[in-house]
Design a protein around this ligand. Structure first.
Ligand code: ATP
Ligand code: MG
Length: 418
């Protein structure tokens, strides 16, 4: 005898038989409880009265012959309603006949988690983070947590949320950048899985005001190539791990994952401009690549069967002050997938004089960063790292059109509740 707990998603009453569709709490595969009057009048009576949406516990066993296409057929011998709705009707149509709007889905996220597809997305999210942690531990990293309440904005930009901190102003961390670098003066390999807060008035399908990043930083490196190797290795580990552990979830989402080959192509910024030019798009040397440019490059890569690729050797002008400079270029890279930036990283400037110069050139006041600069006065080793966006990665791996689908309760300009 098996016991299943879950909610009634669908109910079909054809007189002598009632069919109940339930996604059990421990899975994503729906079961169809077949309640026949002739077989068990008590169960049938309970089933007949059940409201769609109710939480139930069902004892019974799987049918010997499986006919239903909707899910696994289950023969109940007892149905207990463990919780009734206080509302008359559930606001989501679980039958899938009327597709719901993204807004409805986000307003009732907890209810849509009763659906296999939505649940699969978040089981996969959890597995991605687990796989990432496994990879970092296996490779000798330690997990750290840097403050989210900060006295200075990460890059000194205007994109930070400000809040009252007793008699002072504080800011929500827009990335762990400065703190993870400071740790390089005491640790060799760190990673952090953390929210980022950015106050831009985004209205795109790829930006959130609260997003999650997988960040890492490594000391005693030779150059940014060391970091790219570590990042591509993590990506392959994640893709292979998901394909192996989440096959059921991926199938529901209609996704086939194939691990990309290492090394991922490295395309220099200059080459990107050349590729764009061939497609009739001119951008001036030194300009950052925008959404349009990233997409065109992505299309060109897809033509060669490549999903993941690095863009390297960016002009120093478009990169932040902490990136190591090489004349007019920088030791930075982006990891893109099918036309979307997933990560940014590079080698950092560890020499304090150069670092201060970089700040000045970017129009920042080194005095505002004294707490950070102090860490560079005691033999800071050469170091580098990256920040990888969790929701962006999920978008590309799972073909999600809107980043809001990849996070339980998205925060954007219009959405602060639920
Ligand atoms: P973009 O140019 O695409 O807005 P960014 O270069 O400002 O991104 P970084 O500061 O490089 O972002 O942050 C590292 C990674 O974190 C990004 O590559 C991206 O995957 C993710 N990320 C950054 N900002 C956001 C955001 N607002 N919403 C979702 N993910 C983000
Ligand atoms: Mg970036």
């Amino acid at each position: 005898l098996e016991t299943l707990c879950g909610w009634i998603n669908e109910k079909k009453d054809i007189g002598g038989i009632v069919f109940l569709t339930v996604v059990p709490d421990n899975g994503i595969k729906p079961i169809v409880a077949v309640c026949k009057k002739g077989r068990n009048p008590e169960v049938w009576k309970v089933a007949k009265k059940l409201k769609i949406g109710s939480a139930v516990r069902i004892d019974g066993q799987y049918a010997e012959t499986q006919i239903s296409k909707k899910g696994l057929e289950f023969i109940p011998c007892k149905i207990v309603v463990v919780s009734e709705m206080s509302e008359e009707k559930i606001p989501i149509d679980f039958s899938g006949k009327t597709p719901f709007l993204l807004d409805t889905k986000l307003d009732y996220r907890y209810l849509t988690l009763r659906l296999p597809r939505e649940r699969a997305i978040f089981i996969i999210r959890s597995e991605i983070l687990k796989l990432a942690r496994e990879w970092f531990y296996k490779n000798g990293f330690i997990e750290v947590h840097t403050p989210k309440l900060c006295g200075a904005g990460a890059e000194g930009g205007a994109t930070v949320f400000e809040l009252n901190y007793f008699e002072k102003k504080a800011y929500l961390a827009q990335s762990p950048q400065l703190y993870k670098q400071m740790l390089m003066s005491g640790l060799e390999k760190v990673f952090e899985i953390t929210p980022y807060f950015r106050a831009e008035k985004f209205s795109t399908t790829r930006h959130l005001n609260e997003s999650w990043g997988i960040d890492m930083e490594v000391g005693f490196i030779d150059n940014e190539e060391d970091i790219m190797r570590l990042l591509e290795d993590l990506i392959v580990h994640l893709v292979e791990g998901l394909a192996e552990r989440c096959s059921k979830e991926l199938k529901i989402l209609n996704v086939k994952l194939k691990a990309p080959e290492k090394p991922f192509p490295r395309i220099k910024y200059d080459e990107v401009l050349e590729i764009l030019r061939r497609r009739g798009v001119e951008i001036e040397w030194g300009e950052d690549l925008g959404d349009r440019e990233e997409k065109i490059l992505g299309e060109e890569m897809t033509k060669s069967g490549i999903d993941f690729y690095f863009i390297t050797k960016y002009p120093w002008k478009v990169k932040p002050f902490y990136i190591m400079r090489e004349n007019y270029l920088s030791r930075s890279f982006d990891l893109d997938c099918k036309g979307l930036e997933l990560a940014s990283g590079g080698q950092r400037e560890h020499r304090i004089n150069e670092l201060v110069n970089n700040m000045l050139e970017k129009g920042l006041n080194p005095k505002d960063f004294e707490f950070y600069l102090e860490a560079f006065r005691y033999a800071m080793p050469p170091h580098g790292g990256y920040g990888l966006g969790v929701e962006r990665l999920m978008m590309k791996l799972l073909n999600l059109e809107n980043i809001r689908e990849a996070i339980l309760f998205p925060r954007d300009r219009w959405r602060l509740v639920p």
